[in-house]
Design a protein around this ligand. Sequence first.
Ligand code: KG4
Ligand code: ZN
Length: 343
Amino acid sequence: MNVLGIETSCDETSVAIISDGKLKSNLISSQDFHNKYGGVVPELSSRAHLQMINPLLKSALEESNLKLYDIDLICATAGPGLIGALLVGLTFAKGLALSLNKPFVPVNHIEGHIFSGFLMEEKPEFPYLCLVVSGGHTLLLIVKNELEIIKLGTTIDDAAGEAFDKVAKMLGLGYPGGPAIQNAAEKGNENEINFPVAQLKTEYDFSFSGLKTAVLRYLQKEYDQKIESISQNDLNNISASFQKAAVDALMQNVKKALAHYDVKSLSLVGGVAANQKMRDSFKEVAEKNNLKLVIPDLQFCGDNAAMIAYRGYTLNKNGKKYGLDANAYPSLPEGTFIEPSNR
Ligand code: KG4
Ligand code: ZN
């Protein structure tokens, strides 16, 4: 079965093809021009998706040695994301499905991330503990099988990636902030400044706004917020100390969950899964708990269509059917995950 995946939820246009669950092509065009605006400009993003989607489809088919009529299933991200951007990929995919008379699957972007570990040679084993860390979402989940996912916790304010992006902006490191912070942090001393790790009443939730404010207060106090006066060495130390606090906050809940739940594997997914300190921390925890660890390759951490194709493929395999009336949605729909109280 040849499955086409299309992803246009934010600032990456991506087209992928998987055959019987195996990757044939995963093409990603990143819209780097948003950098100069310090964040994603939705209207520009939609236009760029429109320009890129056709050439990417053509290249993906060529790379996979397939023709358009060889495609058996068409999947596209329906949400969460920027509505205008989502509509480009979703409408394109529906049009293809209609003209080729092939089934169409609207895919939840976060579910795409959750199952992205299955694009690896070594796959997660159910049930697995999964931490989703992206630009818009932070979720700690137990993935019981392809259709049942229990939500243990989420962020009560900013997402992990958002915290990296906002702190990078304060430090004048540009957008996206994650890679810039990691780069600076690699040269810094993470024990230089003691930034706080939030302690919440709810067991598995996260909070990053206090950490973000702590960095801001530190900059106000030490430098009167004049970032041009901060030396490169200080920038490196602040980045490293912030990164340590952010990673500690995430790992604290992962460790708590592992002490309570019996799982077979551990998976780290989403854009922030590209972070080396996160990857190293997961490795350490997996070894300590004797668990199989699956962290996707970098091409499957950030937004990509391979994970959308894979998720659509599993839904289709499970007998799920969808009409062409599926709509785009900006945020995570209620009921996407099982709340712990309803288990
Ligand atoms: O999953 P993703 O590509 O898009 C969303 O679905 O949001 O995640 C993007 C996020 C951004 O906040 C970006 O700064 C962050 O992932 N990110 C990183 C790294 N690479 C990307 N954060 C920390 N360290 C990195 N190396
Ligand atoms: Zn994403």
